[in-house]
Design a protein around this ligand. Structure first.
Ligand code: SF4
Ligand code: SF4
Length: 96
């Protein structure tokens, strides 16, 4: 079995309440962007505990087809950043 590892890097994420976040960085193995039509993090998980992992997360999938970086339902940017707006976590690299 071959597992793709050439994912765009999640370079920063401001959602410090998320279980995958420590030091304003995401440490999930891979995240999915796209909550309906909005470029929000679909992997966000509000939790008291936080991961102890130190790896850098990748963008595994993106459902935001109108973003200029979206190719065939995946992100083609080198890296992305995420910020908070209300109770949503937005992809700041989204361009349209
Ligand atoms: S990118 Fe998503 S999963 Fe990762 S820390 Fe931010 S909100 Fe959580
Ligand atoms: S930059 Fe565009 S394609 Fe990449 S994750 Fe963000 S919204 Fe999706």
């Amino acid at each position: 079995m071959i597992i793709a590892t050439d994912m765009p890097e999640v370079s920063r994420c401001a959602a410090t309440a998320c279980a995958y976040n420590t030091d304003s960085a995401c440490h999930a193995r891979a995240i999915t962007i796209g909550d309906g039509e909005h470029p929000d993090c679909d992997t966000y998980f509000n939790n008291d505990g936080h991961t102890k992992r130190e790896r850098v997360a990748g963008v595994g999938a993106c459902k935001v087809t109108d973003c200029n970086h979206n190719e065939d339902f995946e992100c083609s940017a080198d890296k992305i950043e995420l910020g908070c707006s209300g109770d949503k976590v937005n992809c700041l690299t989204y361009v349209h």
